[in-house]
Structure formats: structure tokens, C-alpha cells
Design a protein around this ligand. Structure first.
Ligand code: NOJ
Length: 553
């Protein structure tokens, strides 16, 4: 594989414009504010941004309820501001991915308004209607406890409509070719404005077989192929990243066995087992998840993450694993959500223990795929459990110790800011951490650089090196170069011995990429290392001056 697929070695940073930086002082984050922070992001090593929805919306589900696909919510700026922002990214070599929320619209969208008010409207068939109440109206809810049906009666239409998510998010009908044609226009529009990719929301539901959307069986996958092909015709570097929390064996259907569907997928199986490893000290389930998701087309890529804007979803862990993870990270019921998840940020879950926060991030950067980090995790931001539902993890970015954490100059911020306690902005903020060479921020920057200088991870093949259950040792090979990365999930120091002679029997050195030290190994090519509690080691296998990847001639 030649090194041309930018998404294989990029660091993706996700953020929501409304909570990042307010430039005009109205208390709401905006594109102008974000544009002023691009040098910060570039300095951190970010090479792609994933923006949560920013189009006009009543924001009853944090923007995942859109009323106009062709505009910017006026609270965040104008289309002009958006283009200034994408231009600023381009100048710095950073790509922009945006959320493509097309499973559903807001019920306030003019398409739905037309659909519900006039049975003769061409928009009637853009949504999914039933004259009678479907038998499964109370099945298949995504937000149990907050949603009691997937079909609701609409007084105006005098019919039932389908909504996989909240009642105010009616599902679009993909069996209708006009709906599909509209999605092409939306994709094409944002590409013209500088976007290089889309994080496609709720993909399994868009193509679900049990959805009431009628359609030929192949339609669903054909649609994914068509979206990808269209996006790439318009812009060759454009990628589609799927939010599809599906069992590993289904993932190839999303990538496409011929690599013709979606380029990237979030690796949910690795995410939940990674947290279980932190909860239990046992990395076996994580190793299994990595093996189960090993298979992907050469141009396909997994995206790994720690936390995102949703709950940490533990579904599909065994009952025992789930209980252990809840017990460790969400002992209090108010920390849990939808019976399956945890609504907390990374740092407080790990009790602010710097060693464990570093371990989690080091694992993230070393997993086979592309790392995605969430705004604020680079400084160890906390959560606010007094806020409802998933809002607990969506508080304003903490820039400095000025009122509202420097997020806005307005006295009252529209976005909640964490002011009190150990995670308050007076203690946790960018300005302070910039000054301290040992801060989490500066450590994260160094780690990101290390990840970028280790393209074997994004491009190469990996092996899980046999080791005890509390150790995760991954070895990557690419173009003749190889790295070994070792993590200790236990609270005890561990001594481990590895044999490296598998690569041709020659005696090889382990060059420590973090401290420059090296280990010669014994005559048989075995290396014995001692790794401290929650410790991590990044090694390049080779000679002393092999600290950086060497290209083949
Ligand atoms: C997945 C998004 O990540 C989540 O935040 C949203 O509520 C649902 N999709 C519905 O769009």
C-alpha cells in the first residue's frame, strides 16, 4: 500500500461548534471562534476535524434533528464563516469531516411539514406512514426510558409515522429515489464548501432490513456504494466514516467486500472491551475484539476512540463484564444511561489518575486504525452529572481561568461550563497546561507526534503478541519496518519476556521511542522488560538509529 490514503495516518479531533469557542460574545460557540483556534489544534497534531451537526435545528437532540441541510445554524455563523473556516483548515493541511444525519430529519423540517399536512404532496412519501397503528409500535427504541415507541400518531396527517429515535425525529424513506437523490445533493453541496468526509450517522438503521422502509434487498448496500462513489467523484480524497455499532461479523458488509462501501467505521467492539480492560485489569476481551475486527479491505480503516458525545455504550459486553465496568466507572445510578451506558468523561472515570489516563490514551493511539480524540480530553476535562442525559459530557471547552473558562466573554454562557470542583476551569484549562511541560496537554501532543511518526499502525498489519492477560502487546509490520507497543493494565509492575526472532531469526534491538533507551536482548533474541503499574512502552524493532520509520529504497 503506498502512502496516499490520508485517513490511515491522521489524528481526528471531534468537537461541537457550540461548545468550543465563542468569538462574537453572544454566549454560543461559533465558526469564527473555531477558526481562531485552528493553530491550537494544528499544534496539537490534529490533521482532521469531525464536526457534530451544525445546521439549523431546534436542537432537541443536540443538532441531530436538522431543519435545513443546506445552511449553518445562524447561532454559529453563516455559510461565509463556514468557508473561512474550511479554508483555514486547508491552509494548515487539516481536513474537515462533518456529521451526515440522514436517517431522519427534525419534525420541524419543511419536508416533514409538507408530508404531514398534505397527502398529495410529493413529500408525503419522503417519510414512513401507516394508516393503522403498527403492531411493533413499541419495539426497537434506541433510547429506552426516554422514548416509548417507534411509531407515533400525527394528528395533522391522521396517520402513524416511524421514528427510530426520538418522536421529533421522523425517519426518511430511502425506498423513495427522490430522497436518495436529495442526499447526493447534500453531499455535493458540502464538498463544494471544503468538506473531505462525512461521519454517517446511524447507518445500521438507514439500511435496516426490519425497518418499515420497503425496498429491494440489495438497495441498502447499493445505496452505501452510491454515496461513496458520488462523494469520491466530486472529491477524490473524500471519505465516509460509519457510525455502525454492529457485531464484528457484519462489519465487512459496511466496508464492502470489494472495498466499495464505507471507508471507515468506528470500532465499538474495541471501545467497550478497552474500558472493560481498564475496569478489570484483563485485556483478553480487547484482544479478542481486535482479532474479530482484523478483517477489513486494504483501503478500509477502523477508527478508534475513547469517549464521544454519546454514552459509553457497554451493550454486547457479557453481563459479568458489563457489571464489572459499571461497578468501576459508574457505581452511582445517575452515572448510567439507557441501561447500557455511562454518561461520563474519561478523566473522572479513571479518577483523575494520570497514569491511567496516559495508559488509556497510549492504548488508543496504538490500536490498529485511526485515533479519534474528543475535545477536552487532551486536558482531562470532567463531566457535569447535574446536567440531563448526554449533556453531562458536552460542556464548554476550558481555555483558561477567566470566567466561563475563556469559552465566551459573555457573562452568561449558553453552553454549561464546569466551574466547581477538581475539574472546574480554574484547575483544568489549556492556558495553564501550555505552560507546564509535564501537563497532560503537552504529554498528549508528544504522544500524537509519536503516533504520526509511526505509520506502521495506520497502514500496517498487526499481531497480538502472546502475553499475560493484563498485558496488551501489539506488533506492527509495514514496508519492512516494525514496532512493538506494550501496555500493562494491572496495578502491579510486570516483568515480561518477548522473543523477536519470528522476523527472520536475527537478533534485534528494541529501541524505546519515548526515552531513547534500548534493549539488546539475549543470544536467543529474547527481551525481558519490566513495566510499571499502568505502564506503556513504544518500541521500534531495529538498530539504534531506527527511531523513525525507514523507507524502503
Ligand atoms: C447517533 C448520534 O451519535 C446521537 O448523538 C444521536 O442522538 C443519534 N444518532 C440520533 O441521530
Amino acid at each position: 500500500m503506498i502512502r496516499t490514503l490520508w485517513y490511515k495516518n491522521a489524528l481526528i479531533y471531534c468537537l461541537s461548534v457550540d461548545s468550543f469557542m465563542d468569538a462574537n460574545g453572544d454566549g454560543v460557540g461559533d465558526f469564527d471562534g473555531l477558526a481562531r483556534r485552528l493553530d491550537y489544534l494544528h499544534g496539537l497534531g490534529v490533521r482532521a476535524l469531525w464536526l457534530m451537526p451544525f445546521q439549523p435545528s431546534p436542537r432537541k437532540d443536540h443538532g441531530y434533528d436538522i431543519t435545513d441541510y443546506y445552511s449553518v445554524d445562524p447561532r454559529y455563523g453563516t455559510l461565509g464563516d463556514f468557508v473561512e473556516f474550511t479554508h483555514g483548515c486547508k491552509e494548515r493541511g487539516m481536513r474537515v469531516l462533518m456529521d451526515l444525519v440522514i436517517n431522519h430529519t427534525s419534525d420541524q423540517h419543511p419536508w416533514f411539514q409538507a408530508s404531514r399536512s398534505d397527502p398529495e404532496s410529493p413529500y408525503r412519501d419522503w417519510y414512513i406512514w401507516s394508516e393503522t397503528k403498527p403492531k411493533d409500535a413499541h419495539k426497537g427504541m434506541v433510547f429506552p426510558g426516554f422514548q416509548d415507541a417507534t411509531w407515533d400518531y400525527d394528528d395533522e396527517a391522521k396517520a402513524w409515522y416511524f421514528h427510530r429515535f426520538f418522536k421529533f425525529q421522523p425517519d426518511l424513506n430511502y425506498a423513495n429515489p427522490d430522497v436518495r437523490a436529495e442526499i447526493f445533493r447534500i453531499i455535493g453541496f458540502w464538498i463544494e464548501l471544503g468538506v473531505s468526509g462525512f461521519r454517517m450517522d446511524a447507518v445500521p438503521f438507514i439500511i435496516a432490513e426490519d425497518s418499515p422502509r420497503a425496498g429491494e434487498p440489495e438497495l441498502k448496500y447499493q445505496m452505501l456504494r452510491d454515496f461513496r462513489a458520488f462523494a469520491q467523484w466530486r472529491n477524490g480524497e473524500c471519505v465516509m466514516l460509519a457510525e455502525a455499532n454492529v457485531p464484528p461479523k457484519e462489519s465487512l458488509e459496511y466496508f464492502g467486500r470489494d472495498a466499495d462501501r464505507l471507508h471507515m467505521m468506528f470500532n465499538f467492539p474495541a471501545n467497550r472491551t478497552h474500558f472493560y480492560a481498564h475496569a478489570s485489569g484483563d485485556a483478553s476481551a480487547l484482544k479478542k475484539a481486535l482479532k474479530d475486527t482484523r478483517n477489513r479491505p486494504e483501503t478500509g480503516q477502523w477508527c478508534h476512540f475513547l469517549r464521544n458525545h454519546d454514552e459509553l455504550d457497554l451493550s454486547n459486553l457479557t453481563e459479568e463484564q458489563m457489571e464489572a465496568t459499571f461497578a468501576a466507572f459508574a457505581p452511582d445510578p445517575e452515572m448510567r444511561l439507557f441501561d447500557r451506558g455511562i454518561r461520563r468523561r474519561l478523566a473522572p472515570m479513571l479518577r483523575g489518575d494520570r497514569r491511567r489516563v496516559e495508559l488509556a490514551n497510549s492504548v488508543l493511539m496504538s490500536l490498529p486504525g485511526t485515533p479519534v480524540i474528543r475535545y477536552g480530553d487532551e486536558i482531562g476535562m470532567g463531566d457535569d452529572l447535574a446536567l440531563p442525559e448526554r449533556e453531562s459530557v458536552r460542556t464548554a471547552m476550558q481555555w483558561d481561568n477567566a470566567p466561563n473558562g475563556g469559552f465566551t466573554l459573555n457573562e452568561s454562557s449558553a453552553c454549561p461550563v464546569i466551574a466547581d470542583g477538581p475539574y472546574g476551569y480554574r484547575h483544568i484549562n489549556v492556558a495553564e497546561q501550555r505552560r507546564d511541560p509535564d501537563s497532560l496537554l503537552n504529554w498528549t501532543e508528544r504522544l500524537i507526534r509519536l503516533r504520526r511518526e509511526t505509520p506502521e499502525i495506520g497502514y500496517g498489519d498487526f499481531d497480538i503478541v502472546r502475553s499475560p492477560k493484563d498485558i496488551l502487546a501489539l506488533r506492527y509490520e509495514w514496508r519492512g519496518a516494525s514496532v512493538l507497543i506494550v501496555h500493562n493494565f494491572s496495578d502491579r509492575p510486570r516483568e515480561i519476556t518477548f522473543g523477536l526472532d519470528a522476523t527472520g531469526g536475527t537478533k534485534r534491538k528494541l529501541v524505546d521511542l519515548l526515552d531513547g533507551d534500548h534493549d539488546d536482548g539475549d543470544e536467543a533474541g529474547r527481551h525481558t522488560i519490566v513495566i510499571e503499574p499502568y505502564g506503556y512502552r513504544w518500541y521500534r524493532i531495529g538498530e539504534m538509529n531506527d527511531a523513525l520509520e525507514r523507507r524502503e529504497a
